[in-house]
Design a protein around this ligand. Sequence first.
Ligand code: ADP
Length: 157
Amino acid sequence: MKCGLYPGSFDPFTNGHLDIVKRGSKLFDKLYVCIANNPDKKCYFSVEERIEMIKEACKDIPNVEVVSTSGLVVKKARELNCNAIVRGLRAVTDFEYEFQLAAGYEYIDPEIEMIFLMATEGKGFISSSAVKGFHSSGVDISRLVPPVVVDYFNKKK
Ligand code: ADP
């Protein structure tokens, strides 16, 4: 069985992330979406809230499971028997960061392959930070995130 792990902060989960999950889930028997919980990083939504919103947003994709880790993502991938780590690539600006990350992961566990999926046309501009900024300025975010994420923003008010 081939398993992949898609790690990220997902603060919050966006339609850009959902697109990567949908496409990534077709490449594996099972795709784990893994919330990488970095206690030093101040997040808007708690890990529990992010787990719940991703579960709801991905509920129609049968081979997706949501997990979290506060340790190394690459160790989590090994623990779950994943052959590969999936990441998304938006603009050139993502490349530098992702390239370094991939090199670090390879150093830790060279047997786990990195797979990069390019952002779909029209989704490449969506980022969690843009969504938070838009929302705090009163801009409608309903076309940028799954409906459950809009609900979570409304609950925080
Ligand atoms: P991180 O803090 O680990 O970068 P993010 O939640 O910001 O976590 O992103 C997780 C992954 O999803 C990253 O590989 C990022 O490049 C990718 N990603 C984010 N937004 C998009 C998008 N709109 N289209 C494609 N990939 C995306």
